[in-house]
Design a protein around this ligand. Structure first.
Ligand code: AMP
Length: 461
């Protein structure tokens, strides 16, 4: 066991690779990266990949949306490629790499990336998560997989029924590691660690690490190398953060007003509770906004449908609790709203990390109610800066100004407002934050949603 204090210093001085070929990844992996359209490694990738290839344990801290998934998936695929085989015998495909994620949607998303990056290697992979049937997951596990992505609870279910054997795991990755190590997940995580070989490579990735988590991680990392590509607990610089003081009763109008004024095509709107999420979602739908709701009490199929709709662009506002705050990747998501500030200040960073991903610009708007001053102070302490507070432009009678359907076609031909994009994801057991919003979104492909994005009709008076 190694205390973090004993770990080598962080690695800002490491030479940055300027192209993927400099990272000495296998040709099949380089070809997959090329097919993904990535030309340059992100800072976390150029720092973490050589260390993972060298067999080091890692504590990697990077802002959300900066390419963390590829930072562990690419070198893992490289190191596992020697085991790639086309045998149909399950015994030839033991689990060698285990990736744990706190939420179902994040697990699905990470697995999709593993499939993309490993498309040219005959390595088998699977994802297992709660809220879905066991049967299909059991079948794929029985066939054998080298790479398993899982949420902890469901993994333990499969391990308990002996469907999966973890005794040959060589690589363990904890994505959103601070969440995996908090009290909600820790008991499950400890049970999983007991099923793994003691000698293995362990990689922890997260945008935020508390001091407690850093201490705890020292218990199961071996001489970890710390990689820190951004100041601790910060969001991407590309995210414009702004707050408005708005009485609770006026938040709905304020939200719609800002969406309209900013010409936002899509946004995730975060609430603290499932109750508020349900209420707000219904209110938005009544106002004619294409809104969907995602929280921990929704059936998995509803969660997936909502997320898919959002990614495709048919859903304009995704109202979500913090289960959607972590890891979700909605490509080019323009904005995130904190309809209510989070109880835990670190969730603010995860929430707003759904926008401004991969170098894109983004907007994070916080609507601060009378009762939320303490939460605001907590957020400001956490991000070590004051939030820019602006005055809300006069809230006009939005209902009276909402465009009629016939007007929408004209609006589409009008020069579009600048459109950011985003990604969203969600969680399983404890309500969690972080994930990209609209993974499938391609700039310019999305139809302009109707009601919100029309310029206000000119007053005839
Ligand atoms: P992640 O932080 O892993 O969720 O990644 C955020 C987004 O960045 C995803 O949409 C990735 O596909 C994308 N991405 C990851 N690495 C790169 C890269 N080197 N160049 C461009 N985009 C990337």
């Amino acid at each position: 066991m190694t205390e973090l204090a004993a770990a080598p210093a962080s690695t800002p001085a490491l030479e940055q690779a300027t192209c993927f070929a400099d990272l000495h990844l296998a040709p099949e992996i380089l070809a997959a990266i090329d097919a993904m359209g990535y030309s340059t490694p992100t800072p976390i990738q150029s720092q973490a990949i050589p260390l993972v290839l060298a067999g080091r344990d890692l504590l990697a801290q990077a802002q959300t949306g900066t390419g963390k998934t590829a930072a562990f998936a690419l070198p893992l695929l490289h190191r596992l490629r020697g085991f790639a085989n086309t045998s149909t015998s399950p015994a030839r495909h033991p689990v060698r790499a285990l990736v744990l994620a706190p939420t179902r949607e994040l697990a699905i998303q990470v697995h999709e990336s593993v499939v993309d990056y490993g498309q040219r290697l005959p390595l088998k992979s699977a994802v297992v998560y709660g809220g879905a049937g066991m049967k299909e997951q059991t079948e794929s596990l029985r066939q054998g997989v080298e790479i398993l992505v899982a949420t902890p609870g469901r993994l333990l279910d499969h391990a308990g029924s002996k469907v999966v054997n973890l005794s040959q795991v060589q690589f363990l990755v904890l994505d959103e590691a601070d969440r995996m190590l908090d009290m909600g997940f820790l008991p499950d995580l400890k049970r999983i660690l007991d099923l793994l070989p003691k000698v293995r490579q362990t990689l922890l990735f997260s945008a935020t690490f508390s001091d407690d988590i850093l201490r705890l991680s020292g218990q199961f990392l071996h001489e970890p190398q710390k990689v820190e590509v951004a100041r601790r607990n910060t969001a991407a610089e590309t995210v414009e953060q702004v707050g408005y003081r708005v009485p609770e009763a006026e938040k709905l109008d304020a939200l719609l007003r800002i969406v309209k004024l900013r010409g936002l095509t899509q946004a995730i709107v975060f609430t603290r509770t499932k109750l508020t999420a349900d209420k707000l979602g219904r209110q938005l739908q009544k106002r004619g906004v294409s809104a969907a709701i995602i929280h921990g009490d929704k059936a998995q199929v509803e969660r997936i449908t909502a997320l898919e709709g959002f990614k495709k662009g048919s859903i304009q506002l995704l109202v979500a609790t913090d289960i959607a705050a972590r890891g979700l990747d909605v490509v080019d998501l323009p904005a995130v709203f904190n309809y209510e500030l989070p109880y835990h200040a670190e969730d603010y960073v995860h929430r707003i990390g759904r926008t401004g991903r991969a170098g894109a610009s983004g907007l994070a708007v916080s609507l601060i109610g009378q009762e939320e001053e303490k939460l605001l102070a907590g957020v400001e302490r956490f991000i070590q800066r004051s939030l820019l507070i602006e005055t809300l432009p006069e809230v006009v009678n939005l209902r009276a100004r909402e465009p009629k359907c016939e007007q929408r076609s004209e609006a589409r031909s009008a020069p579009p407002m600048p459109v950011p994009a985003s990604n969203l994801m969600d969680s399983s057991a404890p309500e969690q934050p972080d994930a990209p919003l609209n993974p499938g979104y391609k700039r310019g492909q999305k139809a302009m949603p109707c009601a919100l994005f029309m310029p206000a009709p000119r007053s005839t008076s």
